[in-house]
Design a protein around this ligand. Structure first.
Ligand SMILES: [Zn+2]
Ligand SMILES: [Zn+2]
Length: 569
């Protein structure tokens, strides 16, 4: 186990232990309370209570008492008891009794006067908690066991880290993240919208669609250079195809269905099965391998209404998919090429830091164990050879093969999983794929699934938050606004516009004040505002206001064009 995982375990123990500390204080302050569950979660913990009527103003009081208690170095004591003892012990706690029903082995943890049904693990004593590295954040309603037929409990959320600095950094990051919400930019910059008539489905406005197309244009350019061919497969295909691909058996709850001429169809959640049919269209020779077949496919996947979130969690998205069919001996080389291409594309979008995570064989897997071991070995070799930052997630691979995920770090230090490369030995088997080797014998190719953006929708969301809406010049749907100071400067503005035909330029000549137009331009995150008046006409110049800079600059149109066409832009 790596060092980071150890740390995470200690941190998880701290977070979960804080849930007990909070429960102890709540029990002291509100003796009639009934306890639900209190797990650790990402960045903190929560506990669910019933019979607890409190407001945000009570959180500070609970938090202060927790701090005092932590300083008293109270110990966590573990005990294993019988089911009968447990039922007696928790006789007034209906939710605990509900849990006991499902348990074979009963473990309890005691902290002061608070005894909880809990499998642990916990820290030894509260002295392992830094009293200034946690904070209670909010109260929310949550149904017992997540089921709306059950009573609504009161959930108190807390944040927790190992050090005060980590907590502060996180709070600053959260503040910064609020200002960067991509959903707000979607509206302000007029890029996209969502409507009740189709929850989770994006409506792209002209500027948003332009941005999406720009991502595709760049992607095509790079993939052509890297030897990919592009295909397009249908959105709906008969259900028996998804039986062969095993999606019906493993992915059904995420799929949408339809019917044509009384036959059952699946709206594709993935592009692979369609692509496999093209591969099987004709026999293949080893001379054709590796075959790199890309597809920008629109896929539909069912997500619960409660988890939908702007462009980050949607029900339909374009996946920048590709499937590489190759021989075993070509796997390593192909994986390296995919990772290098991924790196090149991320750099283009200004992501300087990213790391890889290797996920290995899960408990439930298909295929041959020897093949798995070989594949994992190859993947690790690739990561070592490339000399990149990586982490191993044991047992986290897909059931059909191990994978490497790309995690991007954005401008405020958050990480986003975007691209992925997966080795697959199952689909070639399910679909009986073949190629003829050098000796004229039939062989089964290996299949590599890979994405770089992941979902185009999500990637655009990440970009908007990374850049706080201020997209780089080459991606900006509107690059330049020319602002004439008054009506008499309009003619000169038109002349400037003629010179800027290669850019996405427009004249803002509406009957508004210059300062209003400048404010609008700043709000719209336009990279360059060119202001023209008497002085500029006389000097044959323009006055540039560059996004993010306070001072204006008077330059010739020729110098301006040279500047914006420089490679840094
Ligand atoms: Zn516990
Ligand atoms: Zn695939």
């Amino acid at each position: 186990m790596s060092k980071t995982q150890d740390k995470n375990n200690q941190l998880n123990k701290i977070r979960h232990s804080l849930a007990h500390v909070m429960a102890l204080i709540v029990q002291e302050l509100y003796p009639k309370v009934k306890f639900g569950i209190g797990p650790s979660i990402e960045n903190g913990f929560y506990y669910d209570f019933d019979n607890l009527k409190i407001s945000d103003s009570d959180l500070k009081k609970i938090e202060n008492k927790m701090r005092e208690l932590i300083k008293s170095n109270l110990k966590f004591e573990k005990k294993i008891i019988s089911k009968i003892e447990a039922k007696k012990l928790f006789k007034n706690q209906k939710y605990k009794l509900d849990l006991i029903k499902y348990l074979d082995k009963i473990i309890i943890y005691k902290l002061g006067n608070f005894i909880d049904l809990c499998a642990g693990p916990h820290i030894k004593s509260t002295k392992e908690i830094c009293p200034n590295a946690f904070k209670l954040t909010k109260i929310a309603g949550a149904y017992w066991r997540g089921d709306e037929k059950n009573p609504m409990l009161t959930r108190i959320y807390g944040l927790a880290f190992e050090t005060k600095k980590e907590l502060q950094d996180y709070l600053i990051q959260q503040e910064e993240a609020k200002k960067r919400d991509h959903r707000a930019f979607g509206q302000k910059l007029d890029l996209f919208s969502f409507h009740d008539q189709g929850p989770g489905f994006v409506f792209w406005h002209p500027k948003g669609l332009f941005l999406k197309d720009k991502l595709i244009e760049y992607w095509r350019q790079e993939h052509q250079k890297a030897g990919y061919q592009e295909i397009s497969t249908p959105f709906m295909l008969k259900q028996d195809l998804w039986q062969t691909s095993k999606h019906m058996q493993t992915y059904k709850e995420n799929m949408y269905f339809s019917e044509i001429d009384k036959e059952k169809y699946v709206i594709k959640p993935m592009n692979c099965p369609g692509g496999l049919l093209i591969y099987k269209e004709k026999p293949h020779s080893y001379k054709e391998l590796p075959m790199r077949i890309a597809e920008l496919g629109l896929v539909h996947r069912h997500e619960l209404a409660g988890v939908l979130h702007g462009l980050f969690r949607v029900r339909a998205f374009v996946q920048d998919d590709a499937h590489i069919y190759c021989s075993q001996g070509q796997i390593e080389d192909e994986l390296k090429k995919v990772i290098k291409l991924t790196q090149k594309i991320y750099q283009k979008f200004g992501f300087k830091k990213w790391h890889l995570e290797l996920s290995t064989r899960p408990e439930k897997y298909t295929g041959d164990l020897k093949m798995w071991n070989l594949a994992e070995k190859i993947l690790e070799n690739v990561l070592k050879d490339l000399n990149m930052d990586y982490k191993i997630n044991p047992g986290d691979g897909a059931f059909y093969g191990p994978k490497i995920d790309s995690h991007l770090e954005d401008a405020i230090g958050r990480t986003w999983q975007c691209g992925t490369v997966q080795l697959d030995f199952s689909q070639p088997e399910n679909f009986k794929l073949e190629y003829i080797d050098e000796q004229g014998k039939k062989q089964r190719p290996v299949m590599i699934h890979r994405t770089i953006y992941g979902s185009l929708e999500r990637f655009i969301g990440v970009l908007l938050e990374h850049y706080a809406g201020a997209l780089p010049f080459w991606l900006s749907p509107e690059q330049i606004w020319i602002i004439p100071i008054s009506q008499k400067h309009k003619k000169y503005a038109s002349k400037i516009l003629e010179n800027l035909q290669d850019f996405r330029t427009k004249i803002k000549d509406a009957n508004e004040t210059v300062s209003k137009k400048i404010r609008d331009g700043e709000m719209q995150k336009i990279p360059y505002l060119l202001i023209v008046g008497d002085k500029e006409i006389k000097n044959k110049t323009i006055n540039i206001r560059e996004r993010g800079k306070k001072e204006q600059q008077e330059v010739s149109i020729k110098d301006f064009i040279e500047n914006v066409t420089s490679p840094e832009n």
